[in-house]
Design a protein around this ligand. Sequence first.
Ligand SMILES: Cc1cc2nc3c(=O)[nH]c(=O)nc-3n(C[C@H](O)[C@H](O)[C@H](O)COP(=O)(O)OP(=O)(O)OC[C@H]3O[C@@H](n4cnc5c(N)ncnc54)[C@H](O)[C@@H]3O)c2cc1C
Length: 389
Amino acid sequence: MIVGGGAAGTAAAAALRERGFGGRVLLIDRETDAGYDRTVLSKFVIAGEMPPEEVPSLRDEAFYREQRIERINAEVTSLDAASKTLRLADGQSLPYDAALLATGGTPKPLRLPGADLPQVFVLRSKNHAQQILDNAKPGQRAVIIGDSFIAMESASSLRQYGLDVTVLAHQPVPFARQFGETVGKAILALHEANGVVFQTQGEATQIEGTIKVEAVLLDNGQRLPADLVLVGIGVSPATGPFADLLQEKDHSLRVDGGMRVTDGLWAAGDIATFPLSGRPLRIEHWRLAQQQARIAAANMLGGDEHYLDVPYFWTWHFGKNYDYLGHAEAWDEVEFKGDPFNPPFIGLFGKNGVVTAAVACEEERTMAMLAERMKQPLSVDEAWRLIRE
Ligand SMILES: Cc1cc2nc3c(=O)[nH]c(=O)nc-3n(C[C@H](O)[C@H](O)[C@H](O)COP(=O)(O)OP(=O)(O)OC[C@H]3O[C@@H](n4cnc5c(N)ncnc54)[C@H](O)[C@@H]3O)c2cc1C
């Protein structure tokens, strides 16, 4: 039984069959469409470059049929791990032998007066993207609340779609925590060169409007006129139905190195806090969700696999793709080859002489090489030698 047919759930279903499992595989998702690539929603769909119905499916219909993966369009409302039973919104109970929970994230809602106006959006699903497209018109004013990856990608896309875009940012330099100040400033400069306006002073206190959004009011008295508002302030693990399980402070599920929650139960993707280099972490990356899911699938079949890879993600702004490898929360050195303000470039973050992360634009081959080499501790000196080879 797999709950959630997104990045992790779909990868797990496929992996179960690849590994020779011959029993029943049920894949439950509340979205009607089969799993699709949600990463394109903020990059191409709301830029008007890819209609929602052309968003690539992760697997075609024939795959589910041939692999005997039974897709069930339903909402899971509760789980009883002791009796190994799931309950659906229609009251049905489904017993399982082994289950993987992969329900992803729910966008954090804006809790302000006016946040329920019809032109206040979040972006997680094709439906959300469709709602944004149904409302956004070139020439309108969009205010993006937040400077998360989805917020910033959406700023780029809506700008490309022809809207005037203001980002109400939480930090002076976007992504400084992940990419460091220099790359953050370079991405900020790219947005500003394309006409995105950054507002770094003030917090939103109200969305003004009676039947339609008119402005975002800030606590410093400023008023940002708006026709639509997109809220990109992060996601919460979608673990509401699993209230009986022990949850972390952020409501994620703690798993062991094999993605196991408890007897007969595994979790993967955005809802999982897993040990990375011995530290519990929750990381919201597409590829990581798939890797974790494959590990969970192997272990559901009696295997003993652990995560040994290097986390990777990418982000897209005004036609430029930025790749990131590893996971650095702190570093004592950062050095670049090339200029982040004028790609191509690659930057390495080091701690105690060892590479903890790499960020790059237009350096795919080098990053692919580093992805392999960083599976073992790689010294900063050795990494630069390999890069310059
Ligand atoms: C717009 C956007 C752009 C992104 N861009 C990038 C990117 O460029 N790079 C990157 O690395 N990551 C990106 N991400 C993050 C990435 O998509 C997630 O980390 C990844 O999808 C996590 O996979 P998952 O399987 O945990 O969750 P999801 O892919 O979200 O799948 C969860 C599924 O569970 C279903 N579900 C939830 N609750 C229930 C329930 N109770 N009952 C039944 N079904 C349920 C949902 O409908 C959903 O289909 C992006 C995310 C978004 C939204």
